[in-house]
Design a protein around this ligand. Structure first.
Ligand code: GDP
Length: 196
């Protein structure tokens, strides 16, 4: 991984030597059009995009205060769709670098829900035996009349795949802060023992 462009896959090292703060990489997965970029933009905030964009890859760093404690997340929106079963370096990197994953589907697109299950399986293969936090996200809840995937189906899928579940609307900014706070809590739950 030494050859990776600085800032893209490596953590921030912009000269702030001294205080070392833990930084957790959170990778967004999901079909095109489900709302990954919209969710990450809300996370980053329109004003304060600490943005490293190269070739359509984007990573946004932000420190969140959750339950009275600060945690810095680097959220990566770099997933690309599979093209005719072809192996992709970026895809395998995405599956390797995350400390946590957000798998997004659109509640208006059953195909994207099926893709979410496939992504969960790919992730399990890529990171066997690792207990990585995964949040399944049903986005676009504002599009009530176009709903193709029920809340119950989403929840049941999360149970089967042993991940957390939340429905969001990036358009209405509903449950988006809760999503990222949930990621922080899931990371903290697993933190004890694994690192200092
Ligand atoms: P990505 O390809 O997964 O990154 O998806 P984008 O964030 O680019 O979103 C794809 C399209 O869906 C855009 O036109 C967004 O404005 C729209 N979109 C994203 N989230 C929502 C949502 O919660 N509700 C609605 N109605 N549209 C959304």
């Amino acid at each position: 991984r030494a050859a990776a462009p600085r800032g893209s896959w490596s953590s921030d090292s912009s000269g702030s030597s001294g205080s070392w703060e833990p930084l957790y990489r959170v990778v967004l997965l999901g079909d095109p059009g489900v709302g990954k970029t919209s969710l990450v933009n809300l996370f980053a905030g329109v004003q304060e995009r600490d943005l490293l964009e190269q070739h359509g890859e984007a990573a946004y760093k932000r420190t969140l205060s959750v339950d009275g404690e600060e945690t810095t997340l680097l959220v990566m929106d770099a997933w690309e769709p599979e093209q005719r079963g072809e192996e992709s370096r970026r895809r395998s990197q995405c599956l390797q670098v995350g400390n946590a994953y957000i798998i997004v589907y659109s509640i208006t697109d059953r195909g994207s829900f099926e893709s979410a299950s496939e992504l969960r399986i790919q992730l399990r293969h890529a990171r066997q035996a690792e207990d990585i936090p995964i949040i399944l996200v049903g986005n676009k809840t504002d599009l009530v009349r176009c709903r193709e995937v029920s809340v119950e189906e989403g929840r049941a899928c999360a149970v089967v795949f042993d991940c957390k579940f939340i429905e969001t609307s990036a358009a209405l900014q509903h449950n988006v802060a809760e999503l990222f706070e949930g990621v922080v809590r899931q990371i903290r739950l697993r933190r004890g023992g694994k690192e200092a």
